[in-house]
Design a protein around this ligand. Sequence first.
Ligand code: MN
Length: 496
Amino acid sequence: MSELLSYEEAASRFDPVLGLEVHVELGTATKMFDAAPNEFGDAPNTLVTPVSLGLPGSLPVLNEKALEYAIRIGLALNCEIAETCRFARKNYFYPDLTKAFQTSQSDEPIAYDGYLDVELEDGTVFRVEIERAHMEEDAGKNTHIGGADGRIQGADYSLVDYNRAGVPLVEIVTRPIEGAGERAPEVAAAYVQTLRDIFRALGVSEARMERGNVRADVNLSLRTSPDAPLGTRTETKNVNSFRSIERAVRYEMRRQGAILASGGSVTQETRHWHEDDGTTSSGREKSDAEDYRYFPEPDLVPVAPDRAWVEEIRASLPELPTQRRRRLKDEWGFSDMEMRDVVNADALTPIEQTVAAGASAEAARKWWMGELSRVAKDRSCSLTDLPVTATQVAQLQGLVDDGTLTDKLARQALAGVLDGEGDPADVVEKRGLKVVSDDGALTAAVDDAIAANPDIVEKIRGGKVQAAGALVGAVMKATRGQADAARVREIIMERV
Ligand code: MN
Protein backbone atom coordinates (compact mmCIF):
# COMPACT_ATOMS: atom_id res chain seq x y z
CA MET A 1 0.00 0.00 0.00
CA SER A 2 1.99 2.97 -1.20
CA GLU A 3 -0.86 5.32 -2.07
CA LEU A 4 -1.77 8.03 0.41
CA LEU A 5 -4.86 10.18 0.57
CA SER A 6 -4.28 13.90 0.69
CA TYR A 7 -4.52 15.11 4.26
CA GLU A 8 -7.63 17.14 3.43
CA GLU A 9 -9.41 14.12 1.98
CA ALA A 10 -8.44 11.85 4.88
CA ALA A 11 -9.65 14.42 7.40
CA SER A 12 -12.92 15.06 5.59
CA ARG A 13 -13.82 11.39 4.98
CA PHE A 14 -12.73 9.92 8.30
CA ASP A 15 -12.92 10.73 12.01
CA PRO A 16 -9.57 10.17 13.75
CA VAL A 17 -9.32 8.79 17.28
CA LEU A 18 -6.00 9.24 19.07
CA GLY A 19 -4.47 7.50 22.03
CA LEU A 20 -1.18 8.62 23.52
CA GLU A 21 1.19 6.75 25.77
CA VAL A 22 3.90 8.99 27.12
CA HIS A 23 6.89 7.72 29.10
CA VAL A 24 8.84 10.19 31.21
CA GLU A 25 12.14 9.36 32.88
CA LEU A 26 12.19 10.69 36.42
CA GLY A 27 15.15 12.79 37.50
CA THR A 28 15.85 10.92 40.72
CA ALA A 29 19.41 10.47 42.01
CA THR A 30 19.18 6.68 41.83
CA LYS A 31 17.23 4.07 39.90
CA MET A 32 13.70 2.80 40.54
CA PHE A 33 14.57 -0.30 42.56
CA ASP A 34 18.28 -0.08 43.37
CA ALA A 35 21.06 2.30 44.37
CA ALA A 36 22.74 2.58 40.94
CA PRO A 37 23.07 6.23 39.88
CA ASN A 38 20.42 7.54 37.48
CA GLU A 39 22.61 9.52 35.07
CA PHE A 40 22.87 10.12 31.35
CA GLY A 41 25.93 9.88 29.12
CA ASP A 42 28.29 7.76 31.23
CA ALA A 43 30.47 4.99 29.76
CA PRO A 44 28.34 1.91 28.92
CA ASN A 45 27.54 -0.53 31.72
CA THR A 46 29.12 1.54 34.48
CA LEU A 47 25.88 2.48 36.27
CA VAL A 48 24.69 -0.96 37.23
CA THR A 49 24.14 -3.12 40.31
CA PRO A 50 23.04 -6.76 40.52
CA VAL A 51 19.46 -5.47 40.66
CA SER A 52 19.69 -3.44 37.42
CA LEU A 53 21.24 -6.49 35.79
CA GLY A 54 18.55 -8.76 37.20
CA LEU A 55 21.09 -11.18 38.65
CA PRO A 56 19.68 -14.17 40.56
CA GLY A 57 19.14 -13.44 44.22
CA SER A 58 19.04 -9.67 43.83
CA LEU A 59 15.98 -8.00 45.32
CA PRO A 60 14.35 -4.69 44.36
CA VAL A 61 13.44 -1.93 46.83
CA LEU A 62 11.16 0.94 45.73
CA ASN A 63 12.78 4.40 45.47
CA GLU A 64 10.67 6.69 47.68
CA LYS A 65 11.53 9.77 45.61
CA ALA A 66 10.32 8.04 42.45
CA LEU A 67 7.04 7.27 44.19
CA GLU A 68 6.73 10.90 45.30
CA TYR A 69 7.38 12.10 41.74
CA ALA A 70 4.81 9.67 40.35
CA ILE A 71 2.26 11.04 42.84
CA ARG A 72 3.16 14.62 41.87
CA ILE A 73 2.53 13.79 38.24
CA GLY A 74 -0.74 12.04 39.06
CA LEU A 75 -1.98 14.99 41.09
CA ALA A 76 -0.97 17.52 38.42
CA LEU A 77 -2.99 15.48 35.91
CA ASN A 78 -6.05 15.64 38.16
CA CYS A 79 -5.88 11.91 38.87
CA GLU A 80 -7.05 9.89 41.84
CA ILE A 81 -4.09 8.56 43.80
CA ALA A 82 -4.52 4.88 44.66
CA GLU A 83 -5.05 3.98 48.32
CA THR A 84 -3.01 0.93 47.57
CA CYS A 85 -1.39 -0.38 44.41
CA ARG A 86 0.99 -3.07 43.30
CA PHE A 87 3.78 -3.74 40.87
CA ALA A 88 3.44 -6.43 38.25
CA ARG A 89 5.75 -8.38 36.00
CA LYS A 90 5.26 -7.72 32.32
CA ASN A 91 6.84 -10.75 30.70
CA TYR A 92 8.69 -10.52 27.45
CA PHE A 93 12.16 -11.32 26.24
CA TYR A 94 14.52 -8.73 24.83
CA PRO A 95 18.30 -8.43 25.27
CA ASP A 96 17.99 -5.06 27.01
CA LEU A 97 15.77 -6.66 29.65
CA THR A 98 17.84 -9.27 31.46
CA LYS A 99 15.07 -10.48 33.78
CA ALA A 100 12.85 -11.23 30.76
CA PHE A 101 10.17 -9.15 32.49
CA GLN A 102 9.71 -5.45 33.05
CA THR A 103 8.64 -4.41 36.52
CA SER A 104 5.59 -2.30 35.81
CA GLN A 105 2.04 -1.84 37.06
CA SER A 106 -0.97 -3.30 35.33
CA ASP A 107 -4.45 -3.30 36.87
CA GLU A 108 -3.40 -1.29 39.94
CA PRO A 109 -1.66 1.91 38.82
CA ILE A 110 -0.57 4.57 41.30
CA ALA A 111 -2.79 7.20 39.60
CA TYR A 112 -5.94 6.96 37.48
CA ASP A 113 -9.00 8.82 36.14
CA GLY A 114 -7.55 12.25 35.45
CA TYR A 115 -7.58 14.81 32.69
CA LEU A 116 -5.38 17.46 31.17
CA ASP A 117 -6.61 20.66 29.55
CA VAL A 118 -4.48 21.37 26.51
CA GLU A 119 -4.38 24.85 25.07
CA LEU A 120 -3.97 24.93 21.30
CA GLU A 121 -2.14 27.62 19.34
CA ASP A 122 -5.31 29.69 18.79
CA GLY A 123 -6.31 29.52 22.46
CA THR A 124 -8.87 26.71 22.08
CA VAL A 125 -8.81 24.43 25.12
CA PHE A 126 -9.05 20.70 24.41
CA ARG A 127 -9.60 18.32 27.33
CA VAL A 128 -7.72 15.02 27.20
CA GLU A 129 -8.95 12.30 29.56
CA ILE A 130 -6.20 10.40 31.37
CA GLU A 131 -6.88 6.75 32.01
CA ARG A 132 -3.87 6.09 34.21
CA ALA A 133 -0.33 7.02 35.17
CA HIS A 134 1.73 4.07 36.34
CA MET A 135 5.26 3.48 37.56
CA GLU A 136 7.70 1.20 35.78
CA GLU A 137 11.37 0.75 35.08
CA ASP A 138 13.17 1.60 31.86
CA ALA A 139 15.01 -1.08 29.89
CA GLY A 140 18.63 -0.91 28.75
CA LYS A 141 19.59 0.33 25.33
CA ASN A 142 20.41 -1.83 22.31
CA THR A 143 22.65 -0.51 19.57
CA HIS A 144 22.55 -2.48 16.33
CA ILE A 145 25.71 -2.20 14.26
CA GLY A 146 26.03 -2.75 10.53
CA GLY A 147 22.41 -2.59 9.35
CA ALA A 148 20.68 0.31 7.67
CA ASP A 149 18.91 2.88 9.84
CA GLY A 150 20.22 1.46 13.13
CA ARG A 151 17.63 -1.33 13.01
CA ILE A 152 18.25 -4.92 13.98
CA GLN A 153 17.35 -6.19 10.52
CA GLY A 154 20.57 -6.65 8.58
CA ALA A 155 22.80 -5.77 11.55
CA ASP A 156 26.10 -7.63 11.98
CA TYR A 157 25.98 -7.49 15.76
CA SER A 158 24.32 -5.65 18.62
CA LEU A 159 25.63 -3.96 21.75
CA VAL A 160 23.70 -3.60 24.98
CA ASP A 161 24.17 -0.85 27.56
CA TYR A 162 22.40 -1.46 30.87
CA ASN A 163 22.97 2.01 32.31
CA ARG A 164 19.35 2.88 31.54
CA ALA A 165 18.01 -0.43 32.91
CA GLY A 166 15.99 0.36 36.00
CA VAL A 167 15.72 4.12 35.45
CA PRO A 168 12.37 5.19 36.93
CA LEU A 169 9.58 5.90 34.48
CA VAL A 170 6.04 7.08 34.72
CA GLU A 171 3.85 6.08 31.80
CA ILE A 172 0.78 8.20 31.18
CA VAL A 173 -1.98 6.63 29.13
CA THR A 174 -4.91 8.61 27.73
CA ARG A 175 -8.39 7.35 27.10
CA PRO A 176 -9.34 7.43 23.40
CA ILE A 177 -9.14 11.08 22.34
CA GLU A 178 -12.21 11.79 20.25
CA GLY A 179 -13.50 14.95 18.65
CA ALA A 180 -10.20 16.42 17.52
CA GLY A 181 -11.15 15.97 13.85
CA GLU A 182 -8.78 17.59 11.41
CA ARG A 183 -6.88 19.10 14.34
CA ALA A 184 -5.82 15.66 15.62
CA PRO A 185 -2.14 16.14 14.65
CA GLU A 186 -2.02 19.49 16.46
CA VAL A 187 -3.85 18.13 19.52
CA ALA A 188 -1.42 15.21 19.80
CA ALA A 189 1.64 17.45 19.67
CA ALA A 190 0.16 20.07 22.00
CA TYR A 191 -0.77 17.38 24.54
CA VAL A 192 2.78 16.06 24.71
CA GLN A 193 4.20 19.58 24.85
CA THR A 194 1.86 20.47 27.70
CA LEU A 195 2.97 17.34 29.55
CA ARG A 196 6.62 18.21 28.95
CA ASP A 197 6.09 21.68 30.41
CA ILE A 198 4.33 20.18 33.44
CA PHE A 199 7.16 17.70 34.10
CA ARG A 200 9.59 20.60 34.15
CA ALA A 201 7.40 22.80 36.33
CA LEU A 202 6.97 19.91 38.79
CA GLY A 203 10.72 19.38 38.90
CA VAL A 204 10.31 15.64 38.31
CA SER A 205 12.36 15.45 35.11
CA GLU A 206 14.54 17.59 32.89
CA ALA A 207 12.16 16.32 30.21
CA ARG A 208 14.67 16.73 27.38
CA MET A 209 13.08 15.25 24.29
CA GLU A 210 16.41 14.95 22.46
CA ARG A 211 17.76 12.72 25.24
CA GLY A 212 14.70 10.53 25.20
CA ASN A 213 13.61 11.71 28.67
CA VAL A 214 10.10 11.95 27.19
CA ARG A 215 8.98 9.39 24.61
CA ALA A 216 5.58 9.19 23.00
CA ASP A 217 3.79 6.25 21.43
CA VAL A 218 1.04 7.48 19.14
CA ASN A 219 -2.06 5.33 18.64
CA LEU A 220 -4.39 6.25 15.83
CA SER A 221 -7.47 4.77 14.26
CA LEU A 222 -9.99 6.10 11.80
CA ARG A 223 -13.74 5.58 11.57
CA THR A 224 -16.27 6.80 9.06
CA SER A 225 -18.14 9.02 11.52
CA PRO A 226 -18.02 10.04 15.17
CA ASP A 227 -20.98 7.68 15.83
CA ALA A 228 -19.27 4.63 14.32
CA PRO A 229 -17.46 2.10 16.51
CA LEU A 230 -13.71 2.57 16.93
CA GLY A 231 -11.62 1.43 13.98
CA THR A 232 -8.48 -0.70 14.11
CA ARG A 233 -5.54 1.26 15.51
CA THR A 234 -1.85 1.32 14.88
CA GLU A 235 0.72 2.34 17.45
CA THR A 236 3.69 4.35 16.18
CA LYS A 237 6.46 3.88 18.73
CA ASN A 238 8.93 6.35 20.17
CA VAL A 239 8.13 9.57 18.38
CA ASN A 240 10.38 11.99 20.17
CA SER A 241 9.71 15.54 19.08
CA PHE A 242 6.54 17.62 18.98
CA ARG A 243 6.95 18.22 15.28
CA SER A 244 7.41 14.49 14.63
CA ILE A 245 4.29 13.66 16.63
CA GLU A 246 2.28 16.03 14.47
CA ARG A 247 3.78 14.59 11.28
CA ALA A 248 3.30 10.98 12.38
CA VAL A 249 -0.40 11.53 13.04
CA ARG A 250 -0.84 13.25 9.68
CA TYR A 251 0.96 10.43 7.91
CA GLU A 252 -1.04 7.68 9.60
CA MET A 253 -4.30 9.47 8.82
CA ARG A 254 -3.33 9.63 5.15
CA ARG A 255 -2.08 6.02 5.06
CA GLN A 256 -4.99 4.45 6.93
CA GLY A 257 -7.40 6.68 5.03
CA ALA A 258 -6.11 5.30 1.73
CA ILE A 259 -6.47 1.69 2.93
CA LEU A 260 -10.02 2.24 4.17
CA ALA A 261 -11.05 4.29 1.14
CA SER A 262 -10.03 1.43 -1.15
CA GLY A 263 -12.05 -1.08 0.88
CA GLY A 264 -9.11 -2.61 2.72
CA SER A 265 -8.66 -3.06 6.45
CA VAL A 266 -5.98 -1.67 8.71
CA THR A 267 -3.70 -4.17 10.43
CA GLN A 268 -3.38 -3.78 14.19
CA GLU A 269 0.36 -3.41 14.66
CA THR A 270 3.15 -1.28 16.03
CA ARG A 271 4.87 0.93 13.50
CA HIS A 272 8.28 2.61 13.29
CA TRP A 273 8.57 6.34 12.71
CA HIS A 274 11.08 7.55 10.10
CA GLU A 275 12.21 11.05 10.82
CA ASP A 276 13.99 11.53 7.48
CA ASP A 277 11.04 11.08 5.14
CA GLY A 278 8.18 11.49 7.60
CA THR A 279 6.73 8.00 7.08
CA THR A 280 5.93 5.02 9.28
CA SER A 281 6.64 1.38 8.51
CA SER A 282 5.29 -1.88 9.85
CA GLY A 283 6.86 -3.14 13.09
CA ARG A 284 5.39 -6.15 14.81
CA GLU A 285 1.81 -7.24 15.13
CA LYS A 286 0.62 -5.69 18.34
CA SER A 287 0.46 -8.02 21.29
CA ASP A 288 -2.64 -7.85 23.40
CA ALA A 289 -2.17 -7.26 27.10
CA GLU A 290 -2.81 -10.94 27.89
CA ASP A 291 0.26 -11.97 25.89
CA TYR A 292 2.46 -10.35 28.52
CA ARG A 293 1.12 -12.71 31.21
CA TYR A 294 1.13 -9.89 33.78
CA PHE A 295 1.27 -11.17 37.33
CA PRO A 296 1.82 -9.50 40.70
CA GLU A 297 5.48 -8.88 41.52
CA PRO A 298 6.18 -11.05 44.58
CA ASP A 299 9.44 -9.28 45.48
CA LEU A 300 7.83 -5.89 46.16
CA VAL A 301 5.27 -5.09 48.82
CA PRO A 302 2.07 -3.28 47.81
CA VAL A 303 2.41 0.50 47.84
CA ALA A 304 -0.05 2.30 50.12
CA PRO A 305 0.98 5.96 50.23
CA ASP A 306 0.08 7.67 53.47
CA ARG A 307 -2.88 10.00 52.78
CA ALA A 308 -1.40 12.84 54.80
CA TRP A 309 1.73 12.59 52.68
CA VAL A 310 -0.33 12.67 49.47
CA GLU A 311 -2.07 15.82 50.72
CA GLU A 312 1.29 17.34 51.62
CA ILE A 313 2.46 16.70 48.07
CA ARG A 314 -0.76 18.18 46.67
CA ALA A 315 -0.27 21.32 48.76
CA SER A 316 3.31 21.67 47.52
CA LEU A 317 2.45 21.52 43.80
CA PRO A 318 3.67 24.61 41.95
CA GLU A 319 1.46 26.72 39.74
CA LEU A 320 1.24 24.80 36.46
CA PRO A 321 2.39 26.35 33.17
CA THR A 322 -1.05 26.88 31.62
CA GLN A 323 -2.40 28.57 34.76
CA ARG A 324 0.71 30.69 35.01
CA ARG A 325 0.41 31.82 31.39
CA ARG A 326 -3.25 32.73 31.90
CA ARG A 327 -2.50 34.65 35.10
CA LEU A 328 0.39 36.56 33.58
CA LYS A 329 -1.57 37.35 30.41
CA ASP A 330 -4.33 38.89 32.55
CA GLU A 331 -1.90 40.77 34.77
CA TRP A 332 0.05 42.12 31.85
CA GLY A 333 -2.86 42.83 29.53
CA PHE A 334 -1.15 41.24 26.52
CA SER A 335 -3.16 40.20 23.47
CA ASP A 336 -3.42 36.51 22.51
CA MET A 337 -0.88 37.02 19.76
CA GLU A 338 1.57 38.95 21.95
CA MET A 339 1.35 36.25 24.59
CA ARG A 340 1.86 33.47 22.05
CA ASP A 341 4.97 35.19 20.69
CA VAL A 342 6.31 35.68 24.22
CA VAL A 343 5.78 32.00 25.06
CA ASN A 344 7.33 30.82 21.80
CA ALA A 345 10.36 33.04 22.41
CA ASP A 346 10.78 31.62 25.96
CA ALA A 347 10.51 35.20 27.20
CA LEU A 348 7.89 34.58 29.89
CA THR A 349 10.29 34.30 32.81
CA PRO A 350 12.61 37.15 31.74
CA ILE A 351 9.60 39.45 31.34
CA GLU A 352 8.18 38.35 34.68
CA GLN A 353 11.51 39.09 36.38
CA THR A 354 11.85 42.45 34.63
CA VAL A 355 8.38 43.44 35.78
CA ALA A 356 9.27 42.32 39.30
CA ALA A 357 12.32 44.59 39.07
CA GLY A 358 10.10 47.58 38.44
CA ALA A 359 9.48 47.90 34.68
CA SER A 360 6.01 47.98 33.16
CA ALA A 361 4.93 44.79 31.40
CA GLU A 362 4.73 46.61 28.09
CA ALA A 363 8.26 48.00 28.40
CA ALA A 364 9.62 44.61 29.52
CA ARG A 365 7.95 42.94 26.54
CA LYS A 366 9.33 45.55 24.17
CA TRP A 367 12.91 45.01 25.35
CA TRP A 368 12.87 41.20 25.43
CA MET A 369 10.87 40.70 22.25
CA GLY A 370 12.61 43.53 20.37
CA GLU A 371 16.24 44.48 20.83
CA LEU A 372 17.20 41.54 23.05
CA SER A 373 15.57 38.94 20.75
CA ARG A 374 17.48 40.49 17.87
CA VAL A 375 20.79 40.28 19.73
CA ALA A 376 20.08 36.71 20.87
CA LYS A 377 19.41 35.74 17.26
CA ASP A 378 22.66 37.40 16.12
CA ARG A 379 24.59 35.56 18.78
CA SER A 380 22.66 32.29 18.22
CA CYS A 381 21.85 31.97 21.88
CA SER A 382 18.72 31.92 24.00
CA LEU A 383 17.37 35.04 25.71
CA THR A 384 18.36 33.77 29.13
CA ASP A 385 21.94 33.16 27.94
CA LEU A 386 22.42 36.85 27.13
CA PRO A 387 24.78 38.59 29.59
CA VAL A 388 22.12 40.96 30.87
CA THR A 389 19.90 40.58 33.91
CA ALA A 390 16.22 41.41 34.24
CA THR A 391 17.21 44.01 36.83
CA GLN A 392 19.50 45.72 34.30
CA VAL A 393 16.72 45.78 31.71
CA ALA A 394 14.42 47.37 34.30
CA GLN A 395 17.13 49.93 35.18
CA LEU A 396 17.53 50.75 31.49
CA GLN A 397 13.81 51.39 31.14
CA GLY A 398 13.96 53.53 34.29
CA LEU A 399 16.53 55.76 32.56
CA VAL A 400 14.18 56.13 29.58
CA ASP A 401 11.23 56.87 31.84
CA ASP A 402 13.03 59.62 33.76
CA GLY A 403 14.21 61.26 30.56
CA THR A 404 17.93 60.47 30.96
CA LEU A 405 17.91 58.38 27.77
CA THR A 406 15.98 58.39 24.52
CA ASP A 407 15.04 55.00 23.05
CA LYS A 408 17.99 55.26 20.73
CA LEU A 409 20.45 56.11 23.50
CA ALA A 410 18.97 53.32 25.60
CA ARG A 411 19.82 50.83 22.85
CA GLN A 412 23.41 52.11 22.90
CA ALA A 413 23.48 51.74 26.68
CA LEU A 414 22.15 48.20 26.34
CA ALA A 415 24.91 47.38 23.88
CA GLY A 416 27.39 48.53 26.55
CA VAL A 417 25.76 46.32 29.16
CA LEU A 418 25.93 43.36 26.77
CA ASP A 419 29.60 44.12 26.16
CA GLY A 420 30.28 43.84 29.88
CA GLU A 421 30.65 47.55 30.66
CA GLY A 422 28.52 47.29 33.79
CA ASP A 423 25.02 48.40 34.77
CA PRO A 424 23.13 50.82 32.49
CA ALA A 425 23.99 53.81 34.70
CA ASP A 426 27.72 52.94 34.45
CA VAL A 427 27.53 52.67 30.67
CA VAL A 428 25.70 56.01 30.40
CA GLU A 429 28.44 57.59 32.49
CA LYS A 430 31.37 55.99 30.65
CA ARG A 431 29.98 56.50 27.16
CA GLY A 432 28.52 59.95 27.95
CA LEU A 433 25.09 58.97 26.64
CA LYS A 434 22.84 61.34 28.61
CA VAL A 435 20.19 63.35 26.77
CA VAL A 436 21.38 66.97 26.41
CA SER A 437 18.58 69.25 27.58
CA ASP A 438 20.78 72.05 28.86
CA ASP A 439 19.50 75.15 26.98
CA GLY A 440 22.96 76.73 26.68
CA ALA A 441 24.40 73.77 24.78
CA LEU A 442 21.24 73.30 22.73
CA THR A 443 20.97 76.96 21.77
CA ALA A 444 24.54 76.93 20.53
CA ALA A 445 23.81 73.82 18.43
CA VAL A 446 20.61 75.40 17.07
CA ASP A 447 22.45 78.60 16.11
CA ASP A 448 25.05 76.53 14.25
CA ALA A 449 22.30 74.70 12.38
CA ILE A 450 20.55 77.99 11.49
CA ALA A 451 23.77 79.49 10.20
CA ALA A 452 24.50 76.41 8.09
CA ASN A 453 21.02 76.19 6.54
CA PRO A 454 19.84 79.66 5.46
CA ASP A 455 17.51 78.24 2.80
CA ILE A 456 15.60 76.19 5.38
CA VAL A 457 15.37 79.20 7.68
CA GLU A 458 13.80 81.15 4.77
CA LYS A 459 11.20 78.44 4.27
CA ILE A 460 10.25 78.45 7.95
CA ARG A 461 9.96 82.24 7.96
CA GLY A 462 7.82 81.93 4.83
CA GLY A 463 5.34 79.82 6.83
CA LYS A 464 6.58 76.26 6.07
CA VAL A 465 6.81 75.26 9.73
CA GLN A 466 7.34 71.57 8.89
CA ALA A 467 10.72 72.48 7.38
CA ALA A 468 11.95 72.87 10.97
CA GLY A 469 12.30 69.08 11.02
CA ALA A 470 15.43 69.34 8.91
CA LEU A 471 16.98 71.69 11.48
CA VAL A 472 16.01 69.38 14.33
CA GLY A 473 17.69 66.58 12.39
CA ALA A 474 20.86 68.63 11.96
CA VAL A 475 21.00 69.39 15.69
CA MET A 476 20.40 65.72 16.58
CA LYS A 477 23.21 64.73 14.25
CA ALA A 478 25.55 67.34 15.72
CA THR A 479 24.80 66.10 19.25
CA ARG A 480 25.07 62.42 18.25
CA GLY A 481 21.40 61.85 19.02
CA GLN A 482 21.71 63.04 22.58
CA ALA A 483 19.64 66.22 22.30
CA ASP A 484 16.15 66.48 23.75
CA ALA A 485 14.33 66.75 20.42
CA ALA A 486 11.19 68.45 21.76
CA ARG A 487 13.24 71.18 23.42
CA VAL A 488 15.34 71.63 20.26
CA ARG A 489 12.20 72.29 18.24
CA GLU A 490 11.05 74.93 20.74
CA ILE A 491 14.40 76.69 20.65
CA ILE A 492 14.45 76.65 16.83
CA MET A 493 11.03 78.33 16.69
CA GLU A 494 12.18 80.97 19.22
CA ARG A 495 15.40 81.74 17.34
CA VAL A 496 13.92 81.78 13.84
MN1 MN B 1 5.56 1.30 29.24
